[in-house]
Design a protein around this ligand. Structure first.
Ligand code: HEC
Length: 147
């Protein structure tokens, strides 16, 4: 299995961590390398914001303003005004193309999805805190819909 085929079947950050391990293992010189644990943490940060009612509400406001047009009122990917040809993701199912941890979802929202960025990078347009609120909102919504 090549590394690129691996990248398709495992979440990207895991593939990164794997490549990182390969790279450092192949390098016999005692380089100053980040602890593997630190590297993983940098890839997918821990959610620093508790999913309180206030956080979920703040996330709902951000979602309604910036995300609903593409991802839909129910966050099921059926937004009415998504760019032609784009396929906004369902954000309330168990399928996460870009990783299913809070930190993975945070990174997708912050950095967007290359190469064409139909899913835009929101860094600088909404705050980091707001991104975490949206993550909390989406988790909460999925939980409520699953009941
Ligand atoms: C212009 C349309 C558009 C807007 C606006 C938009 N998205 Fe997306 N989003 C997409 C598309 C298209 C994808 C699928 C990208 C891909 O994987 O190729 C996507 C993917 C995602 C994913 C990855 C899902 C997965 O399965 O891993 C998340 C999370 C996400 N969007 C959250 C948001 C949030 C939160 C907002 C608002 C801040 C937002 N999006 C705004 C179009 C949009």
């Amino acid at each position: 299995m090549t590394l690129s085929s691996l990248a398709r079947v495992v979440p990207v950050p895991a593939a990164f961590a794997f490549a990182f391990t390969l790279f450092t293992a192949a390098d016999s010189a005692p380089l100053i390398a980040a602890e593997p644990g630190q590297e993983a943490a940098a890839e997918a940060p821990e959610n620093p914001i508790e999913a309180t009612r206030e956080s979920v509400r703040a996330g709902l406001r951000v979602y309604g303003r910036f995300c609903r047009s593409c991802h839909g009122i129910q966050a099921d990917g059926q937004g009415m005004t998504a760019p032609p040809g784009s396929r906004p993701a369902n954000l309330i199912d168990d399928e996460w193309t870009h990783g299913d941890r809070d930190g993975d979802i945070y990174l997708v929202i912050r950095n967007g999805v290359p190469p064409n960025y139909d899913m835009d990078a929101w860094e600088g347009r909404i705050t980091d805190e707001e991104i975490w609120h949206v993550v909390n909102f989406l988790r909460n919504l999925a939980e409520r819909l699953a009941r």
